[in-house]
Design a binder for this molecule. Structure first.
Ligand SMILES: *Cc1c(COP(=O)(O)O)cnc(C)c1O
Length: 348
């Protein structure tokens, strides 16, 4: 791997006490190009702009996808990266569905480790902060014909991120618009999934909500996800989350939480279809104890209100509840405060 170091560092221009999510980037990036049917040698170089032609494929046809993960300070000057292989595998799941070349998993893991090694100073010290890792890939051929790109670019950039203050999360059950459909691309982190979600989310914002709860495309009866997070409910001391399908993104946070819960038996776990009706009924009866989103950015994000057909249901967001207990259990592993029995952390 070719490594070209930046002449100087921009780190002094960043206020680590006031980090806005995904707004500042470290000194280096990893780039790898796919040409003539093969990946070329990956390269680490100074973070900076790409130059591209107006006919660049991805600007027209959107063959683009991304990943997201975090690296943490683990004490003793060590840095740990959470479940990188899981991201490598999911990137390639997305790539297959989007008809893009798979990126070698060892290159993904080794490349990101090298990149973070070089930009280690960018991993925030504060224990509520982390270094966000953003791998992405896009079609980079120069032509405007509606056929697949032949050239691709894979890139990884790093962004120091602060604590995630979600405030009161009010979500609206979405019954008109759809994020994903059976047979579609909802299980991939393709760029278009997010573009398609902005409008319905903004409509919900206008009504005073922060996010939407996506429901199934067919009857809008089943709960699927919350915004860009997987969703879980605690009803009668049972953790309930919808099962994976080609409509749901297989979150690594979701998977990690399921693993922890099954091992610790903190509460009963059910991975099964859950109807909006069941959630609403539980809210009415007072058996809906908690609701929360699960994802890399916030880890766990408590939902305080669910809006359904003009009615708002308030949900408790207890400081000593399950959501925050689960968040702490996961964060403790990531920060090296407790043992990592699953080998989730890649230590640098
Ligand atoms: C990325 C993402 C998630 C969460 O995945 P994590 O691996 O836990 O970050 C959930 N839903 C959607 C739609 C996503 O894009």
């Amino acid at each position: 791997m070719k490594v070209t170091k930046a002449d100087s560092t921009k780190i002094d221009s960043v206020d680590f006490n006031n980090l806005v999510f995904g707004a500042k980037f470290s000194d280096h990036m990893l780039v790898c190009n796919y040409r003539n049917g093969a990946w070329e040698e990956p390269e680490i170089k100074p973070y900076g702009p790409f130059t591209f032609t107006p006919a660049m494929h991805t600007l027209h046809y959107g063959q683009a996808l991304f990943e997201g993960q975090k690296a943490y300070h683990m004490g003793d000057g060590k840095v740990g990266i959470f479940r990188l292989e899981a991201n490598a595998k999911r990137l390639n799941h997305s790539a297959r569905r989007m008809f893009m070349p798979e990126f070698p998993e060892e290159w993904f893991v080794d490349g990101i480790k090298k990149l973070i090694e070089l930009d280690k100073a960018w991993v925030p010290d504060d224990e509520n902060s982390a270094l966000y890792i953003r791998p992405f890939m896009f079609g980079s051929s120069e032509f405007v014909a509606a056929r697949p790109s032949e050239d691709f670019t894979f890139c990884v950039i790093l962004s120091p991120v602060g604590p995630y203050y979600a405030g009161n999360v009010k979500v609206k059950v979405e019954e008109q618009y759809t994020r994903s459909a059976t047979g579609g691309v909802g299980s991939t982190k393709c760029a278009g999934n997010y573009a398609g979600a902005f409008f319905p989310t903004n409509e919900a914002r206008k009504e005073g909500y922060t996010q939407v709860i996506w429901t199934d495309h067919k009857n809008h009866e089943l709960v699927e996800e919350s915004g860009t997070m997987n969703i879980a409910f605690v009803i009668n001391d049972t953790f309930i989350t919808p099962p994976l399908s080609d409509r749901i993104l297989a979150g690594i946070t979701r998977d990690s939480i399921l693993t922890l819960l099954r091992d610790t038996e903190m509460l009963k776990v059910e991975e099964r279809p859950i109807k909006v009706e069941e959630v609403v009924e539980a809210a009415r009866k007072g058996t809906l104890q908690e609701a929360f989103g699960m994802g890399t950015a916030a880890v766990v994000s408590q939902i305080s209100t669910i809006g359904f057909r003009g009615e708002d249901f308030e949900i408790a967001t207890p400081a000593d509840g399950y959501a925050l207990k689960i968040k702490k259990a996961l964060t403790d592993i990531r920060q090296g405060k407790v043992a990592d029995p699953y080998g989730w952390m890649e230590i640098l």
